[in-house]
Design a protein around this ligand. Structure first.
Ligand code: EPZ
Length: 417
């Protein structure tokens, strides 16, 4: 199993290109189930979750071509299976995104329940509730959601918790439902607007995406189109923290700084100098790094997917900071590994209290999930000596060759296969 080896202490300098957004590409690929035409996608990140999604779609019977140059062609002319099997869903929870489109177009779906993961229970009750309000019958049998519907109809759906993939699943289902659907308390992450833009290019009638209330007027059928996936704001945020934590000077290119405005504002409060341009931003790290509290919340607030990376930065802060995680109930696994590197962190329920200013020392550490693994790489960049990170398959799920990108910025990092 691959490992990553880092020798800390280098200041990062230069510029880095950001890849397409994993969390926008996955629903876009699922949307191919909504039409018999070809979907041409560009700027797809060639990361493990995308390859798992391709495998899932191919198993369903879709012609799915995904290339390392970021282009993809997907065509669901016919399907030979309505099923998303446990073996694939357990490795990538986003496989739940085939449920809505499959039901809307093919009238039935059998999708394994994702179950919990390292960061939380992660139920999908709101996905099911919304589809049932559109007239579907959903039973959970033997660990699978068995869903069927003669035809979906529009409905008013209020989600009591903001859910990203829940909003995406219901929005896709509603595009082919009879009549109007209102999604209330909807997620408004940039990935939602990117998906709505793709669906409109396919002929869907959607407005209000990017706000808490999305309105979808169902149509008889959708057609193919060409669509470019937005840049990955979480990858961009990860490199912003890499610059700040190494007191470096990095230009992050091919991204939309507005999509991570809350992250850049928070880094500004810690003393880093941020210069934003239309499709790039520059971060110059400061000395000292100021300790500042943060609370994760749905977009446009500070994202939970940047919490672990920010914690690594706060281990180098000039005082005490408190991180409050409001989205997932168990998203502090990385803290235990940072403590092994010498950090002073106390976990109290949904809060982590970080006493900064303690030098980190290199150690063998274990990645528990995608963003936790990125945070351990960041901590290792400033740790004295050598750090070995195990289970980097977590990292490969959502980052494209991150160690090569960091090495080009001057980091002493390599992958050991
Ligand atoms: C998406 O997951 C992202 N994944 C996650 O990114 C991200 O952490 C999360 O949104 C929050 O921003 C993808 O887009 C593929 P949620 P999702 O449904 O949609 C509760 C990464 O690192 N909830 O918005 O699965 C849930 O338990 C990943 O790239 C219900 O109660 O997250 C959680 O507390 C990790 N019932 C909250 O809502 C439901 O039916 C938000 O979860 C659905 C969700």
């Amino acid at each position: 199993m691959d490992k990553i080896r880092v020798i800390g202490g280098r200041r990062l300098e230069g510029s880095v290109e950001i890849s397409g957004a994993k969390n926008a590409a996955l629903p876009a690929m699922a949307a191919s189930l909504l039409t018999t035409d070809i979907l041409y996608l560009e700027n797809i990140p060639y990361v493990r979750d995308i390859l798992t999604c391709r495998k899932l779609l191919q198993q369903i019977g879709i012609d799915a071509e995904v290339r390392e140059n970021g282009t993809a062609e997907l065509r669901a002319a016919e399907i030979r299976s309505h099923e998303a099997p446990y073996e694939l869903v357990k490795t990538m929870r986003a496989a739940i995104l085939v449920l809505g489109p499959m039901l809307a177009r093919w009238k039935k779906a059998r999708v394994s329940l994702p179950g919990g993961c390292a960061i939380g229970a992660r139920p999908v009750n709101l996905h099911i509730m919304g589809l049932e309000r559109m007239g579907a019958r959903c039973d959970v049998v033997h660990g699978y959601i068995e869903a069927s519907a003669e035809g979906l109809h529009g409905s008013y759906i209020l989600m009591d918790t903001v859910t990203v993939t829940g909003t995406e699943n219901l929005m896709m289902a509603a595009t082919l439902a009879e009549g109007e659907t209102i999604l209330d308390n909807a997620a408004c992450e940039p990935e939602i607007s990117d998906l709505a833009g793709l669906l409109r290019s396919m002929g869907a009638r959607i407005d209000g995406d990017g706000t808490r209330t999305i309105r979808i007027e169902g149509v008889k059928e959708l057609h193919g189109c060409r669509h470019r996936i937005i840049p990955d704001r979480i990858e961009a945020g990860t490199f912003a923290v890499a610059a700040a934590i190494t007191r470096g000077d990095v230009k992050v290119c091919n991204c939309d700084p507005q999509h991570l405005a809350a992250v850049l504002a928070q880094l500004g409060q810690t003393g880093a100098e941020i210069v934003m341009e239309p499709d790039s931003f520059r971060v110059r790290g400061s000395e000292p790094i100021l300790s500042r509290n943060v609370t994760t919340q749905p977009y446009p607030a500070f994202p939970t997917d940047m919490q672990a990376q920010y914690m690594a930065l706060m281990t180098q802060g000039d005082g005490t900071s408190v991180i409050t995680e409001t989205i997932f109930e168990n998203r502090f696994m990385h803290a235990l590994e940072m403590i092994r590197m010498g950090a002073d962190i106390t976990i109290d329920g949904r809060q982590a209290i970080i006493k900064g200013g303690k030098p980190l020392t290199g150690a063998r550490v274990l990645a528990s999930d995608l963003r936790a693994s990125a945070s351990l790489v960041l901590a290792a960049l400033v740790a004295q000596g050598e750090t070995w990170i195990d289970r980097v398959y977590h990292l490969d799920r959502g980052y494209y060759h991150i160690e090569e990108k960091l090495a080009r910025l001057g980091a002493n990092i390599e992958r050991i296969v």
